[in-house]
Design a protein around this ligand. Sequence first.
Ligand SMILES: NC(=O)c1ccc[n+]([C@@H]2O[C@H](COP(=O)([O-])OP(=O)(O)OC[C@H]3O[C@@H](n4cnc5c(N)ncnc54)[C@H](OP(=O)(O)O)[C@@H]3O)[C@@H](O)[C@H]2O)c1
Ligand SMILES: *[C@@H]1O[C@H](CO)[C@@H](O)[C@H](O)[C@H]1NC(C)=O
Ligand SMILES: *[C@@H]1O[C@H](CO)[C@@H](O)[C@H](O)[C@H]1NC(C)=O
Length: 336
Amino acid sequence: MSPLSALWAALRVYAAGAAVILEQLLRRCRGGFPEPVFAPQPDRVAIVMGGTDGIGYSTARHLARLGMHVIIAGNNDSKAEEAVRELKEETLNVKVEFLYCDLASMASIWQFVQKFKMKKIPLHVLVNNAGVMMVPQRKTRDGFEEHFGLNYLGHFLLTNLLLDTLRESGSPGHNARVVTVSSATHYVAELNMDDLQSSACYSPHGAYAQSKRALVLFTYHLQGLLAAAGSHVTANVVDPGVVDTDLYRHLFWGTRLMKKLLGWLLFKTPDEGAQTSVYAAVTPELEGVGGRYLYNETEIRSLPITYDQKLQQQLWSKSCEMTGILDVTLRYPASG
Ligand SMILES: NC(=O)c1ccc[n+]([C@@H]2O[C@H](COP(=O)([O-])OP(=O)(O)OC[C@H]3O[C@@H](n4cnc5c(N)ncnc54)[C@H](OP(=O)(O)O)[C@@H]3O)[C@@H](O)[C@H]2O)c1
Ligand SMILES: *[C@@H]1O[C@H](CO)[C@@H](O)[C@H](O)[C@H]1NC(C)=O
Ligand SMILES: *[C@@H]1O[C@H](CO)[C@@H](O)[C@H](O)[C@H]1NC(C)=O
């Protein structure tokens, strides 16, 4: 990528953001984002990656209000302790806990899964929500570009390691659900199969958008594998809109200033931003339904190329190689 194409990537990301902001503004004028009401979900267990802040925190709170056992994961212990305390206080649900997971480290993801499995509890909902945006060029513990490694590969590995538990926990009429948080920036991304680590010329905008596109391809392929294996697990991908969170801390100061001054009008609140994730996690309308790109609680089309099964397969195989997991997880029926 040349410096000019880095600028082009940035402009496209801002254009995608502006389009979403305009649509949100129109919707706010037409009555806003009424909070959906869902039936209680007792005896269901959820993991919310990045449940310590922003959209993930709001998602965890909503699920905890519905009576679910909610495990939030993040990589800041002190922040998480505070989040758990607040969640318990606000929801009066004592089944809220924190498990440490640094998604930028494969070893940490393996440890997280091991600790979770030691609890011997089922898993009905996995929300792949954690993420960073437009960070300077740097690498994860395992040497991957941070957006690709953390936002995409981290969730890829995590989901694969939890698939057996998800498959054992889903049942006919009560599928387990994988909810993955992507973004409208996936529409303007370029997925460069020959340079997934953006090493040629780094654009933080391009790298973020690419990780979000990879998550869409991942979801569709996962859903295909789950369906072919006859699993009672579904996978959907959600687009939260443009939401007022700390995700924007690495952006150029002009954008941050605009967010500070006009965020209340142009951005969704974290609670509003979490609505689509919560919807995907619990609505009976999506029972047994997977492979959808959800925005504003409705299915919309993601970018046409994301439906390309050959590309999905190619990315999946590469991701298996990069994370060192065997591409066999779904070839055998789940035990139990
Ligand atoms: N905000 C928006 O406008 C917008 C738009 C489209 C899509 N999204 C997507 O929505 C998701 C949530 O974003 P947000 O806006 O709520 O951002 P946020 O407020 O910055 O929250 C990000 C969450 O990810 C966690 N996280 C970051 N690095 C991590 C790591 N190495 N290991 C584990 N967890 C890590 C953070 O936990 P710690 O604090 O513990 O690090 C935090 O809980 C992201 O996937 C983002 O791409 C957001
Ligand atoms: C952890 O979170 C606390 C409270 O939000 C913050 O002050 C601190 O800087 C964070 N630590 C790291 C390493 O990000
Ligand atoms: C958003 O959803 C509401 C109902 O849930 C619908 O009336 C509206 O048309 C949707 N807007 C878009 C842009 O899809």
